[in-house]
Design a protein. Structure first.
Lengths: 259, 379
């Protein structure tokens, strides 16, 4: 039986962020928050393992006051309880701070046999927190997992590495970062949503985790966020026959290194 | 959070949105083209718990309230008014009536199966050629010992022919006019019940409408819903509840159409600039955005009244009146903005246009909404 911790991030819905075409500044005023899409795959995997093997899963997230809104959403997807690591300064946190806070919370969460994380987040895409978490907890990290088989105490992870796959066997607690194809998240049913409100939620204030202030001081300073726009060359091929125009296009694409 | 929603309502709304995008949007145009009842989609709705959203937990429902139901209906309508109508006739008309008026035994027999999607509900009220209980084909229920025998015809029965349970209205007292109307629960496979024809419609095509023949359909006395003569009270209440949800359908369709028009307006270049920059286009968009917003708030408010078991018939009539006006005007403006493209069947707008018309006319109430509203002011 597995006791699984599954990490998730509560992020702005990127589809609702508007970019000012002139200043490239982001308008997030109308963007709602949601569980990072890739994290839903990890939560679903935890639910499937528990359904098949027994055990339990706990959802855990680090963030500010707004993360409280995410707990029922996470719980509706399967976990038996949720832990919210509340840090009022989380908007300035980097992967270093996030991993420190999560590691401290994990140590308080009790016994666990595996920690599941998405391979990346849908907003920052730093891919750092799971690996830092593993280092801090002193347990192995297995990345890019597309299949997870539990055989008694042993967990066999199939990793996707470029065009190949490799299988890794591990015993004892480990962090697994999973790719989206590992488990297609189901939509929570109406009954599951309502039942989520009856599941236990635990708030851990970051100041109560016993971390030195240095551990909660970001190593990285975010200076600016701007929208990304693709600059287009706007070349229009007007002269020549269709065959000549096609040749010009192909030559230019070769010159640009596109083909 | 939007409107004063609970966290649960927000999650249900978001889930319904994502569910609709994944399961309904890809097949919405095909459902319209083929006009076939989308059984697989209905099955998915049941799995998701949408078929019994507001029904009591004791009978298999989710007990999530009518506002959650309205949110689900609105989201589904953004992709398919037909699927939303199937759900609405099942839930807000048939299941709502059984829940409000049914005996414990009737609820146990039907509601659990309706929540689980094993039984689709339908509401058989209208009759060919004349108002119910008046014309040549009126459905009459004759008492025969411990049974009733139903004969006559019903028409425009949404979910007709695919439903497993019908709430059927029939005269039990021929001399009492509409006061002699009673409601009965009739199984879809009852001997003597047959489909005369399915009705080809302009819109809401996947929501099958049928004309039904009741040829001496014998049903036990226990099939009576409520009491003899309670038929019109059941109709009025169910139609009022359904009107609120139909307001949500109009909101959903109109919102989808407006979103289409906004995108089109940004991309369509005329006189070297996007047409969305023209004041005439902006005026139309502003008007429809305002109307949709107002209707949406009215729907949420009335759904809250239903949920809290407070009087809601006047508010439901206001929704019916307003939805009919603004739904059609929004779609006329969207077609105008999209011009020739909007008029073509290549775009979803023509489907939205046909569907929204169906929503605002198909369940015309016994009284005009103006009458209901005025009555609430003057009585």
């Amino acid at each position: 039986m597995q006791n699984i911790l599954v990490c998730y991030k509560w992020i702005l819905n990127e589809q609702e962020i508007k970019i000012d075409p002139n200043t490239l500044s982001l308008d997030t005023s109308r963007a709602k928050k949601r569980i990072s899409e890739y994290d839903k795959n990890a939560i679903e995997l935890a639910a499937q393992i528990v359904e098949a093997q027994g055990g339990s899963s706990i959802a855990i997230s680090y963030g500010g006051a707004d993360v409280k809104q995410s707990l029922k959403d996470a719980l509706a997807r399967g976990p038996e309880r949720a832990i919210w690591v509340n840090d009022p300064n989380s908007d300035k946190a980097d992967a270093y701070v996030t991993a420190n806070a999560l590691a401290a919370a994990v140590r308080q969460a009790g016994d666990y046999s595996m920690i599941l994380c998405a391979d990346t987040s849908a907003d920052a895409s730093n891919q750092q927190v799971p690996l830092r978490l593993a280092v801090l907890l002193g347990i192995p990290a297995i990345t890019c997992v597309i299949k997870l088989d539990v055989e008694g105490e042993k967990v066999i992870a199939t990793r996707r590495v470029g065009d190949t796959t490799e299988k890794i066997s591990v015993e004892g607690p480990a962090v697994f970062t999973v790719l989206p194809e590992i488990a297609q998240p189901r939509f929570p049913t109406v009954k599951q949503v309502l039942a989520a409100g009856r599941k236990p939620q635990l708030e851990l204030k970051v100041d109560d985790l016993g971390l030195e202030s240095e551990k909660l001081t970001p190593k990285r300073t975010l200076r600016e966020i701007k929208g990304y726009t693709m600059s287009r060359k706007n070349i229009v091929y007007k002269e020549g026959t269709p065959a000549e125009i096609a040749a010009q296009l192909v030559n230019n694409l070769i010159k640009e290194g596109v083909i | 959070m939007g409107y004063p929603f609970t966290e649960e309502q927000e999650i249900i709304q978001q889930t319904a949105r994502e569910f609709t995008q994944e399961y309904i949007e890809p097949v919405a145009a095909e459902i319209d083209r083929t006009a076939l009842h989308p059984q697989e989609i209905v099955h998915s709705l049941a799995e998701q718990g949408f078929m019994g959203t507001f029904l009591p937990g004791d009978f298999g429902g989710a007990e999530a309230g009518f506002l959650s139901y309205a949110l689900i209906i609105e989201e589904i309508s953004k992709s398919s008014g037909a699927v939303a109508s199937i759900l609405n006739h099942h839930a807000a008309m048939a299941a709502y009536s059984i829940n409000a008026w049914g005996s414990k035994e009737q609820k146990e027999q039907y509601l659990t199966a309706m929540c689980e999607g094993e039984l689709l509900g339908a509401f058989a009220f209208y009759e060919p050629d004349a108002a119910p209980g008046v014309g040549e084909h009126k459905v009459i229920a004759r008492k025969d010992g411990d049974a009733y025998i139903l004969s006559g015809r019903k028409c425009y029965v949404a979910n007709g022919g695919v439903a497993g349970i019908y709430v059927v209205f029939a005269l039990t007292d021929l001399g009492a006019g509409l006061k002699g109307m009673s409601a009965f629960l009739v199984d879809g496979d009852a001997p003597g019940l047959s489909v005369a024809r399915t009705i080809k419609k302009m819109g809401l095509r996947g929501c099958q409408s049928a004309e039904l023949i009741f040829d001496n359909v014998k049903i036990p006395q226990s099939s009576l819903l409520g009491t003899e003569g309670a038929g019109m009270a059941i109709v009025a209440k169910a139609q009022a509840a359904a009107s609120v949800a139909e307001g949500a359908i109009v909101v959903g369709i109109a919102q989808a159409a407006m979103d289409d028009a906004v995108e089109y307006g940004k991309q369509r270049i005329q006189f070297k600039q996007p047409i969305a920059r023209f004041p005439a286009i902006q005026t139309m968009l502003a008007e429809m955005a305002t109307n949709i917003h107002m209707l949406r708030l009215a729907v949420y408010h009335a759904a809250g009244l239903i949920e809290n078991d407070e009087p809601f018939t006047a508010e439901a009539a206001m929704i019916k009146l307003f939805a009919a006006r603004i739904g059609q005007s929004a779609l006329i403006d969207v077609v105008q903005i999209e011009g020739g493209y909007g008029y073509s069947e290549d775009m979803a707008v023509s489907r939205y246009f046909r569907d929204i018309k169906g929503v605002v006319i198909k369940t015309c109430s016994v009284d005009f909404p103006e009458t209901v509203i005025a009555k609430s002011l003057l009585d």
